[in-house]
Ligand binder design. Sequence first.
Ligand code: SAH
Length: 213
Amino acid sequence: MVVRLREHYGIRDPAVLEAMRAVPRHAFVPEALQGRAYGDHALPISANQTISQPYIVARMTELLRIDRDSRVLEVGAGSGYQTAVLAKIAGQVYALERIGDLAREAQTRIRSLGIYNATVKCFDGTLGWAANAPYDAIIVAAGGPNIPEPLVAQLKIGGRLVVPIGATRESQTLVRVIKTEKGIEREDHGACAFVPLIGHHGWSAHVGKPSEK
Ligand code: SAH
């Protein structure tokens, strides 16, 4: 898996490659799918959600430009796989997941792997986690209709927000936002397809409409 990330997908950051090597992806997928855990694909987890393709996890992590001094917020912890990868690189990871069962299972898995610098909480991540702000980096693993304003507010100046944004629930562009003294800089990093970001500054739980602001 790591050879493919480096040779085929061009992931270069040594800390990202080492974290991808260190975290056992099979521990985060349902037992029946463990034989496919290191394949080049997303896989279903419980509650109709997915564990992201390894390439997407590596690419988004690389775009965050984090190190041991970084405080990171993750929105959409799902299985906790991305959380574990971030925790191998960053100083502290705060992760939010809107589905309570997933949040609890993710926290248990991460602890059982001996990772203590990551906390998973059940909460609407489109509102961020103000108590631990400001963050050096924020990663969103679900696709929203626009950039959630509270997440920009909770970034440090110079901080990076990586989030999939799309006009429909089905497809998105991977966007990196860098917060500056003057406002934000926005870069596009290609097409992607995530499960919908559901919440106050995301899509509504009812199919079709963006949420009320
Ligand atoms: N990185 C995860 C991906 C999980 S899929 C992994 O590798 O396992 C995205 C997750 O985002 C889903 O579990 C979904 O429930 C969650 N999600 C969607 N909207 C959310 C919100 N507003 N706040 C927190 N989590 C959200």
